[in-house]
Design a protein around this ligand. Structure first.
Ligand code: EPZ
Length: 414
């Protein structure tokens, strides 16, 4: 329940990156030793992946609220809990790690947010190039190989998941694997840094080509996950949307460049420091045009939040979704608040309105839910947001962090 109209002010500390955590935690299966992983976000998706690992025989314990100690030496290639796997998209990383470790993987097609079709043909292309045979039976995928042999793979689509999965399968393969046209998101670099810290030989993460020299084994070690780029961006947009003044702390400002640039275009004042960014909202929000793209482009995972902001901008904004087929489901909810947004395929035309008015809306997905919270913070009156389970998948203490910034927000349990 959000009562709009409060300017957000103060400081907020960003948690560890969800999309890095959900790749790095299963990657521990490849490690012949104990991994200590720091700065782990306390979110539902992490809880699910931890349960999956435990079910597979791993010893996973929290040393403190944000540090996980994982020992996967006892993991076997037994069946995984299907119901848990369906709860999150990132469970498909088990394909890469199990194939890498046992040359055999049996995984149920993952769930996660529904943005139209979510194919995994590029993951499979990579596994097959490494020498695996992959069968799909309904929502079950079975991959097996005599051995994995280093190879060259060119991705037809820039895919975060395929880049990560092929990297995971290749670290223990024989010889060198070169993956071309890869995704360059910060969490891909983070996973490569984690693997290298455990003894892998991965070069080029963050560029278009990743080169992996297979090693015999990985050893245990300690690694700290990077801050969450999208959580940081969400608070930056919320600060701008409410005309507030917020210091967003524990971030890597370089990762925020596309968001920072757009917020400045909307009229906000953005000041970068070493590991924090201050956003001061303008009295009047200017309309802007945006196309979401793979990193370093404007993140698709920031699209609903920025559209919420632009719904009250002066003038007309055009937002093109350049990554997913269908990522405007949340717009029907935004319309209930009085926004004027017309969606035509992958394009949304947003005619800024003078103000939004609170009502009941649903979080249609994780980032759509964040967009609703931002809209609620701007709206007149009370906005009730349902389906919080989507938000809890990826944001830690979301309402508490907003409350600390002065928002009138509370979680209501019926
Ligand atoms: C990751 O999903 C993120 N999830 C998503 O974040 C994010 O929206 C997306 O990357 C893009 O940045 C995780 O990291 C767990 P993709 P992923 O493979 O890896 C097409 C959030 O809100 N494609 O980069 O599944 C695909 O259809 C979530 O935190 C193929 O055609 O995304 C899409 O159009 C939601 N074939 C595009 O590529 C394939 O084999 C990008 O998908 C794979 C993908």
């Amino acid at each position: 329940m959000v009562k709009g109209g409060k300017k957000l002010c103060g400081e907020v500390t960003v948690s560890g990156a969800k999309n890095a955590a959900v790749a790095i935690i299963p990657a521990a299966i490849l490690v012949d030793g104990v991994c200590t992983i720091e700065n782990v976000p306390n979110i539902q998706d992490v809880k699910v992946i931890v349960s999956i690992l435990k079910n597979m025989g791993a010893s996973v314990e929290y040393i403190d609220a944000y540090t996980l100690r994982i020992d996967c030496r006892n993991v076997t290639k037994q069946e995984k809990p299907d119901e848990m796997m369906r709860k999150m998209r990132a469970s498909y990383y088990l394909l890469g790690v199990l194939l890498g470790r046992f040359c055999e993987a049996n995984v149920t097609m993952p769930g996660g947010c529904n943005f139209g079709s979510r194919p995994i043909d590029q993951h499979i292309k990579g596994f097959e190039a490494l020498g695996a045979t992959v069968h799909q039976n309904g929502d079950a995928i079975f991959a097996t190989a005599e051995k994995l042999q280093g190879t060259s793979v060119y991705l037809d689509t820039v895919s975060v998941g395929a880049t990560i999965n092929i990297m995971l399968a290749a670290v223990l393969a024989e010889g060198t694997t070169e993956i071309e046209n890869v995704a360059k998101e910060p969490h891909i670099v983070d996973l490569a840094n984690f693997l290298n810290a455990m003894g892998a030989n991965v070069k080029g993460a963050g560029t278009d080509v990743i080169k992996i020299k297979g090693v015999k084994s990985l050893r245990g070690g300690t690694y700290s996950i990077i801050p969450d780029q999208i959580e940081a961006g969400t608070f930056m947009v919320a600060a701008a949307a409410t005309g507030g003044n917020v210091l967003v702390k524990n971030i890597i400002p370089k990762h925020m460049e596309s968001v920072t640039a757009k917020l400045i275009e909307t009229g906000a004042k953005v000041t970068e420091y070493d590991d924090s960014i201050r956003v001061e909202g303008a009295e009047e929000i200017e309309a802007v045009n945006i196309k979401t793209l793979p990193y370093p482009g404007f993140p698709t995972d920031m699209q609903p939040q920025i559209v919420a902001l632009l719904s009250v901008a002066k003038g007309t904004s055009n937002v093109i979704e350049g990554v997913w087929d269908n990522r405007f489901q949340y717009v029907t909810e935004l319309l209930k608040l009085g926004a004027d947004v017309r969606v035509d395929g992958k394009k949304a035309v947003i005619n800024g309105v003078a103000s939004l008015t609170g009502t009941q809306v649903a979080a249609t997905d994780l980032r759509g839910g964040a967009g609703m919270v931002i809209a609620g913070l701007m709206a007149q009156g009370v906005t009730e947001i349902t389906e919080l389970k989507h938000i809890d998948r990826g944001y830690e203490k979301f309402e508490e962090k907003f409350k600390a910034l002065g928002a009138d927000i509370q979680r209501v349990t019926y």
